[in-house]
Design a protein around this ligand. Structure first.
Ligand SMILES: [Zn+2]
Length: 141
């Protein structure tokens, strides 16, 4: 089901389409992505964005911004793998050149590092991506 601006106005009892369009033009990309990184609402920065590790809430508890418009899909996973891959390759070369660690120790330690970093980055990157979508008014935000 596609929700239009008119449906949004009826559901949220807004005064007119002009006010909602004026609000949309003044969205800060930097603060929206920063709030998203902190897993907070990109609009107000107070309500929580996620209900669990990666599950996005239906709406903000503080400002009633709807989050069901978000379409993060595979983007956060792709960006996370991109970042971790670019960090791991120099780390492997560094540890191999300067410490000559055994391959088993390197595999265990760097794999653990990669998994922990992925677990840390994934929800934050997803939040930042939702903040980007909100700030750029993508997918009906
Ligand atoms: Zn909010």
């Amino acid at each position: 089901m596609i929700i239009t601006d008119k449906d949004y106005l009826i559901n949220h009892k807004c005064v007119g389409i002009k006010s909602i369009k004026e609000e949309k033009t003044n969205r800060s990309l930097k603060s929206a992505m920063f709030f998203g990184w902190k897993r907070l609402c990109p609009k107000c920065g107070q309500g929580e964005l996620m209900s669990s590790y990666l599950k996005v809430r239906l709406g903000c508890s503080s400002c009633s911004q709807d989050f069901h418009y978000q379409r993060a899909d595979d983007g956060p996973a792709y960006i996370t793998v991109l970042i971790i891959g670019h960090l791991l390759v120099p780390l492997i070369l560094f540890f191999y050149e300067f410490f000559r660690l055994s391959p088993l120790i390197m595999a265990i330690s760097l794999s653990t590092f990669a998994v922990l970093l992925a677990l840390y980055l994934l929800p934050r990157i997803k939040g930042a991506l939702i903040g980007l979508q909100w700030a750029k008014q993508m997918h009906g935000f």
